[in-house]
Design a protein around this ligand. Structure first.
Ligand code: DAT
Ligand code: MG
Length: 149
C-alpha cells in the first residue's frame, strides 16, 4: 500500500474545484487518509519546492503556492503515487492528456491546479512536511474489496 501527498493549489481553491479534484481521485478508488485547508507560508513553500531552487520559475512558484488557501491531502492505495500523477496529467497543461485534471481544467503551467508527489521518497518527505502522524487516519473502507482484489 502506498501513500502520496496531493495539494489543490490556490487556483483550484479559488476556482471552486476542490470537490471536482478530490472527487476524481476518490472515484478512481484512492482512499483519503488525511485532508485539511491551510495557507502555506514562505518557509514551508521553500522546503516543499527546494528541488526547484535556482530555476527561473522558482520565485513565481513560491508566490503562487503561498497566494491563498490550499487543500492538502494524503491519498492511499496500491500504486497511489503513479495513479495520482496519471490522473493529474503532465506538468504543462497543453501537454496533458485529455481526461486528466490539468488538461480538462487548466491552460497555464503556472496555474496547473494540483500537486502530486513524484516518488516514494518524495511522498514520505512531503507527507511529513504537511501532516503530523496523528493527523493521518488508517481506516478500513468497506468498498475496498470491490476496488482491488
Ligand atoms: P509537477 O508539478 O508536475 O511535479 P515539477 O515538479 O517539475 O512539476 O514543477 C513543480 C511546479 O513548478 C509545476 O507544477 C509548475 C511549476 N513549473 C514547472 N516547470 C515550469 C516552467 N517551465 N515554467 C513555469 N512553471 C513551471
Ligand atoms: Mg513535482
Amino acid at each position: 500500500m502506498e501513500r502520496t501527498l496531493v495539494i489543490i493549489k490556490p487556483d483550484g481553491v479559488q476556482r471552486g474545484l476542490i470537490g471536482t479534484i478530490i472527487g476524481r481521485l476518490e472515484a478512481r478508488g484512492l482512499k483519503l487518509v488525511g485532508m485539511k485547508l491551510m495557507q502555506i507560508d514562505r518557509a514551508l513553500a521553500e522546503r516543499h519546492y527546494a528541488v526547484h531552487q535556482g530555476k527561473p520559475f522558482y520565485e513565481g512558484l513560491l508566490d503562487y503556492i503561498t497566494s491563498g488557501p490550499v487543500v492538502v491531502a494524503v491519498l492511499e492505495g496500491p500504486g497511489a503515487i503513479e495513479l495520482v500523477r496519471q490522473t493529474m496529467g503532465a506538468t504543462r497543461p497543453a501537454a496533458a492528456q485529455p481526461g486528466t485534471i490539468r488538461a480538462d481544467y487548466a491552460i497555464d503551467v503556472g496555474r496547473n491546479l494540483v500537486h502530486g508527489s513524484d516518488s516514494p521518497e518524495t511522498a514520505r518527505f512531503e507527507i511529513g512536511l504537511f501532516f503530523r502522524e496523528d493527523e493521518l487516519i488508517s481506516w478500513q473502507r468497506d468498498v475496498d474489496r470491490w476496488i482491488y482484489g
